[in-house]
Design a protein around this ligand. Structure first.
Ligand code: HEM
Ligand code: HEM
Length: 169
């Protein structure tokens, strides 16, 4: 029961983060103010996401050079790269903020290098995030199936029903 609740909690947070990330990748569509505030909220959600998986990070981290599967090692590397790309995107964004930081009295001069770095880090984050989601695809599909359970009988149930029908005749 506890595990089920944790799964739903993660499913909700992951879903909200995914939608927020999609909007964050299109500042021209959302406007710069929404882009900045939403991305800052996303950064807070990401810290929550990492803390919720802290046990996994510590356990696999300890086993990294000892006994573990190559799949886990590769996933650990991917998560580390995702963390770096995401952090660079947020940090460069904050350093060139034109909406959020000026409200707090901090203004930054325009910097072309920062803008370029921000865009490239954001593109890289998107690619690695795609892989991160692909790795967890069966979990995601499983959660959606629980939301909308299939009405079609399973193959075993259909076979059992057919057998019952034969016995009756
Ligand atoms: C929009 C952003 C993200 C989405 C939609 C997302 C989605 C997911 C999903 C679906 C899972 C598996 C289910 C779960 O336990 O929650 C997961 C696990 C995990 N994510 Fe993310 N994630 C995102 C960003 C990140 C970032 C930036 C990191 C930084 C390191 C990260 C680290 C992890 C870790 C450590 C796990 C657990 C270990 C694993 O199975 O890989 N995620 N994430
Ligand atoms: C995951 C988080 C983020 C993503 C994916 C992201 C993505 C992007 C992208 C793709 C652009 C280029 C838009 C274009 O060329 O049309 C951009 C521009 C910009 N972003 Fe972000 N961003 C994020 C976080 C932030 C944060 C936290 C801030 C500030 C608090 C910020 C501030 C800006 C600014 C000021 C621009 C305009 C720069 C320019 O004119 O080239 N971003 N962002």
């Amino acid at each position: 029961m506890k595990q089920t609740n944790q799964n739903w909690r993660n499913f909700l947070i992951d879903g909200v983060m995914f939608v927020a990330f999609l909007i964050a990748t299109a500042p021209r569509f959302s406007g710069l103010a929404i882009h900045e505030w939403l991305s800052l909220a996303l950064a807070a959600a990401m810290i929550t996401h990492i803390l919720l998986h802290w046990q996994w990070i510590v356990t696999i981290g300890k086993r990294l050079f000892a006994k573990t599967t190559w799949r886990s090692r590769l996933n650990y590397l991917l998560n580390t790269l995702l963390f770096l790309a995401f952090t660079i995107t947020i940090a460069t964004g904050v350093l060139m903020s034109r909406e959020a930081l000026p409200l707090m009295g901090i203004t930054m001069p325009r910097d072309r290098t920062l803008e370029l770095l921000h865009r490239q880090a954001s593109d890289l984050t998107m690619v690695i995030l795609g892989l991160h989601i692909a790795i967890h695809w069966s979990w995601i599909v499983g959660m959606f199936r629980r939301l909308w359970p299939s009405r079609k009988p399973t193959r075993q149930a259909a076979a059992a029903a057919a057998r019952l029908e034969e016995v009756r005749q």
